[in-house]
Design a protein around this ligand. Structure first.
Ligand SMILES: Cc1cc2nc3c(=O)[nH]c(=O)nc-3n(C[C@H](O)[C@H](O)[C@H](O)COP(=O)(O)OP(=O)(O)OC[C@H]3O[C@@H](n4cnc5c(N)ncnc54)[C@H](O)[C@@H]3O)c2cc1C
Length: 407
């Protein structure tokens, strides 16, 4: 007999696990299907920013992160193409709590995923292969049981696609459409014994890497997440070999050469894709919604997507719960999800896209980082701007740069 649920969530990453948890808490009968067995790795920079922290607090999971291997993050170090470096502390929280963490996704995702088991029927090693449609509505999924090696089918009133950047759900629904200029390709390598790690994440706009950026994010016990990201369109046009560029920067750039002497790569080089939220993908329809990377929601400036994945999962859970209550899961009802989501994150994505465009100009980056490196007042201004969406917008306007020139 085919099993039936209120909601099926496809994918147990942070977006899917958060969505399934909130729906389960709201009393819905939820099935969470995940193709991997947890804990599993996910290629990422492992930075858990302020927005993720908000959802983590709502889920009651911050203490769980504190109990597991992680690093507390209190600021960001930028460097410009001419090699100048500046340290910007994050604004201190009134309650002195951690502004952010770096936590390996093998650890972080497992915490959010295992917590979902308290509220939803969670099944691992089930790989969804297609959506089932009836009368113009998505009503379930076809899947492969990877352990039992058999085809299975599940039915629900609503299906949530939370299956990441290569989403089978988005693909089968004809929505996997992010153009190359709104899409990033990135790779990550774990290193042990990189020198001079601090409690700040590091974003380096290195000349040889531009228009991409190089990152070093500190983790527990001297481990670091090192990576590079570049807009896919640029990468293709410049025929950039990301792996080559990364190893060249590590071996030759004056900023990194000494710091990586004696450092060892731990594990393989891992690459993956980031669909940016500067492209507004349709993420709802009759009987379905998409969340997280499946909905193309990654910040186009910072490359952060965990916060938007969890936030979209949370908002989707509220709209779906309302729809089930009113017995309406039509496209016109679920449109509210798109509206609420974009009123929450749209302005920020817009600002980040503008910042990404500004960040392509080497002289401007040299100028801002140079000014900030010299002036504590400029560093303070940037620090307070990082904590406020409204203020962050100023970075994208000419007035900010004029004020800098005059400062
Ligand atoms: C190199 C790199 C660095 C990044 N750095 C950062 C960073 O530092 N901070 C940050 O916030 N974001 C970062 N991101 C973005 C971040 O990784 C994603 O935005 C985030 O993982 C999205 O969460 P999600 O739940 O939508 O999808 P995912 O985390 O991708 O989870 C999707 C889940 O669905 C499962 N799945 C996939 N297909 C199926 C299927 N057919 N059936 C069943 N299950 C399926 C997968 O196994 C997976 O568990 C980075 C991304 C990359 C590639």
């Amino acid at each position: 007999m085919v099993e039936s649920f209120d909601v099926i969530v496809v994918g147990g990453g942070p977006g899917g696990s958060a969505c399934a948890t909130f729906l389960g808490k709201a009393g819905k009968k939820v099935l969470l299907l995940e193709k991997a067995r947890f804990p599993r790795d996910k290629t990422c920079g492992d930075a858990i920013s302020g927005k993720s922290m908000r959802v983590l607090r709502e889920l009651g999971l911050t203490m769980e992160i504190e109990r597991n291997p992680h690093a507390v993050i209190r600021g960001v170090i930028f460097s410009s193409p001419n090699g100048k470096t500046v340290h910007i502390p994050f604004p201190q929280k009134p309650d002195q709590s951690a502004p952010g963490y770096c936590c390996r996704r093998e650890v972080f995702d497992n915490i959010v995923f295992q917590n979902a088991k308290k509220f939803a029927d969670v099944r691992e090693k089930i790989m969804v292969t297609d959506v089932i449609r009836e009368n113009g509505f998505v009503v379930g999924v076809n899947a492969k049981d990877l352990d039992g090696k058999k085809d299975v089918e599940f039915r629900a009133k609503v299906v949530v696609g939370a299956d990441g950047s290569q989403s089978v759900m988005a693909n089968k629904l004809g929505l996997l459409d992010t153009p190359d200029e709104h899409h990033c390709t990135a790779l990550r390598i774990y290193y042990q014994n990189v020198r001079d790690l601090t409690d700040s994440i590091e974003l380096h706009f290195v000349d040889s890497v531009m228009p991409g950026y190089f990152w070093i994010f500190p983790l527990e016990n001297g481990l670091a997440n090192v990576g590079i990201g570049m807009i896919t369109k640029d990468m293709k046009e410049h025929k950039t070999n990301l792996k080559q560029v990364t190893f060249d920067a590590i071996a030759n750039d004056p900023l990194f050469k000494k710091r990586f002497q004696g450092a060892q790569a731990v594990g393989p080089v891992m690459g993956w894709t980031l669909p940016f939220g500067s492209h507004h993908r349709k993420c709802f329809g009759n009987g379905f919604v998409l969340v997280g990377d499946a909905a193309s929601l990654i910040d186009p400036f910072t490359g952060e997507g965990i916060g938007n994945a969890m936030t979209s999962g949370w908002i989707a859970s509220q709209v779906i719960a309302d729809g089930l209550k009113q017995n309406d899961v039509s496209e016109s009802f679920l449109r509210q999800y798109d509206e609420k989501l974009w009123s929450e994150i749209g302005a920020e994505l817009d600002t980040s896209y503008k910042l990404q465009r500004v960040g392509r100009f080497k002289p401007l980056l040299n100028f801002v980082v140079g000014k900030a490196a010299k002036s504590p007042k400029v560093r303070e201004t940037i620090s307070s701007m990082l904590g406020s969406e409204q203020a962050k917008k100023e970075f994208t306007g000419p007035l900010f740069y004029l004020k800098l020139m005059l400062s």
